[in-house]
Write a protein that binds this ligand. Sequence first.
Ligand SMILES: [Zn+2]
Length: 112
Amino acid sequence: MTSMTIEREPVLPVFMNPALMNEDDRWAAVVRRAPAADRLFCYSVRTTGVYCRPSCASRLPRRENVRFHRTCADAAKAGFRPCKRCRPNGPLPTERRTSTTADACRPVEAAA
Ligand SMILES: [Zn+2]
């Protein structure tokens, strides 16, 4: 008889595969301010007119005012301004070492 004792808590369940993320997953990432989600999407807040990284430290908006965007460019195109606090259109802190140009927010390439 085998007993499944290894029950690993999924720390970041689907963040590695943005294709699997639905709106609830994205919202959960925003609520948890998960830095791992920063490169996967950004969200805009209708009431403030800005868009943020999931890990932004600013006050959590009401979900009904939030829209998710694949890239910062998408959010900008939709008429939102980048948040001054999390600078979603700047380089990610974790990506500073790789020399990124202005488009730090290009879409995540699906890894086959
Ligand atoms: Zn922000």
